[in-house]
Write a protein that binds this ligand. Structure first.
Ligand code: NAD
Ligand code: ZN
Length: 361
């Protein structure tokens, strides 16, 4: 799968969509979104500006917001709509929303008539730097995340900060954790630069944020280009996710939902502790990261009684193909990821002890 995807950084989404529409000349165009984004972004910011232009008559289909609607059943409703409206293989779907919308809309478009073109307009930070790019589309099935899906890239991804103002603070922080991860996979300069910015500020100055988003996306793009179907190198992107997924699963057991990026932020701390235990990273990086995470992401409470459960989750993580040992992506330095590091249960427990010390729990 070649990385042909165009990524356009602009704060004029409508003008960019109109230009793309002129190039792609679709038979029909559909906006796919969720109710939240429809109310906060599409309705107030995009639709009025479409008036009088080539996309004035574009159709809109909106689904209920949330991960629980990322299902095959919901996609069937979307396909019903496509059929009723007479869409053809030369039609175009514009997915505008967070990762749930781009995953589902990309999948719906990729399968309909064996493949319609689609454009992603991410409206969450997480979607902009992660979900919207790289060609993975899909839905959850029988309680398993992203169980059904295909690899298919969007024709274009339009990245704009203009839609982030209405994002709830938790969602901002959640996406920002993936930006921290990308910076750690990139270089110490990028790590410093990202942590010097605060995603909690009211303002999304495009002169600051578009270049930061661009750098972050470039990290994912580079890694995906080297391993488009996830057979090796792409595991670098799993940094922070082995412990992170275990925290997410434990939270679910406790009937508490935590935003994915929060779990990643805590998971990054565990990955850095493990890297430091191997003398691969100096302590100042660990302390800088831990203090940033503690200040902005609060803390996930665990005691030693939770260790067996956390270890069990890590051994059964779907990205951990070897259930005998847990394989982490660690860092030999900032910008130097090491995939498939085998880590023993004792090491993991020692790292969780350090995590608890760092967070004062
Ligand atoms: N395909 C991939 O490579 C990939 C990578 C990472 C994550 N994902 C998927 O992405 C999903 C998570 O993405 P997400 O965090 O963007 O979730 P999401 O799409 O559920 O969006 C989070 C919430 O924010 C709302 N929202 C979105 N934009 C908004 C805006 N501008 N203003 C106000 N509210 C807004 C949404 O309605 C939703 O309630 C998961 O399903 C995950 O599996 C996919
Ligand atoms: Zn993630």
């Amino acid at each position: 799968m070649p990385m042909s995807q165009q990524i356009i950084f602009t704060n004029d989404i409508v003008e960019t969509l109109e230009e793309l529409h002129d190039q792609l000349k679709p038979s029909k165009t559909v906006f796919f979104t969720d109710d939240n984004v429809d109310e906060k972004v599409l309705g107030p910011l995009i639709s009025p500006a479409l008036k009088g232009g080539p996309l004035e008559d574009a159709l809109v289909i909106s689904k209920d917001e949330g991960e629980m609607y990322k299902t095959v059943g919901e996609v069937c409703n979307v396909w019903d709509f496509f059929q009723e409206e007479g869409l053809t293989r030369s039609s175009l779907v514009i997915n505008i929303g967070g990762g749930v919308v781009t995953d589902m809309g990309g999948f719906a478009a990729a399968c309909f008539k064996r493949g319609m073109r689609f454009i992603n307009v991410p409206t969450t930070i997480l979607c902009a730097v992660d979900a919207a790019i790289g060609g993975k589309t899909g839905v959850n099935h029988n309680g398993l995340k992203n169980e059904i899906g295909v690899f298919r890239e969007a024709e274009a991804v339009i990245v704009s900060t203009s839609t982030f103002y209405t994002l709830p603070m938790m969602e901002r922080l959640s996406g920002f954790a993936e930006m921290i991860k990308h910076a750690m996979l990139s270089s110490s300069e990028d790590f410093d630069e990202v942590l010097d910015n605060s995603v909690t500020d009211e303002d999304f100055d495009e002169d600051v944020w578009l270049p930061l988003l661009k750098k972050s996306i470039e990290v994912k793009r580079r890694i995906v280009a080297a391993d488009p179907t996830e057979s090796g190198l792409r595991k670098a992107l799993n940094l922070g996710h082995t412990a992170g997924h275990a925290f997410e699963s434990l939270a679910m057991r406790r009937n508490r939902l935590i935003p994915h990026g929060f779990a990643v932020a805590w998971g990054l701390v565990v990955a850095v502790v493990l890297s430091k235990m191997r003398n691969w990273l100096p302590s100042n990086i660990l302390y800088r990261l831990a203090s940033y995470v503690r200040t902005n992401y609060d803390v996930f409470h665990i005691t030693c009684d939770d260790y067996p459960q956390l270890l069990d989750f890590m051994h059964h993580d779907k990205k951990n193909f070897d259930t005998e040992s847990v394989r982490f992506t660690l860092l030999k330095g900032l910008g130097r990821p090491e995939i498939d590091c085998q880590v023993s249960d004792d090491e993991i427990c020692a790292a969780l002890d350090v995590y608890r010390d760092l967070f004062g729990i």
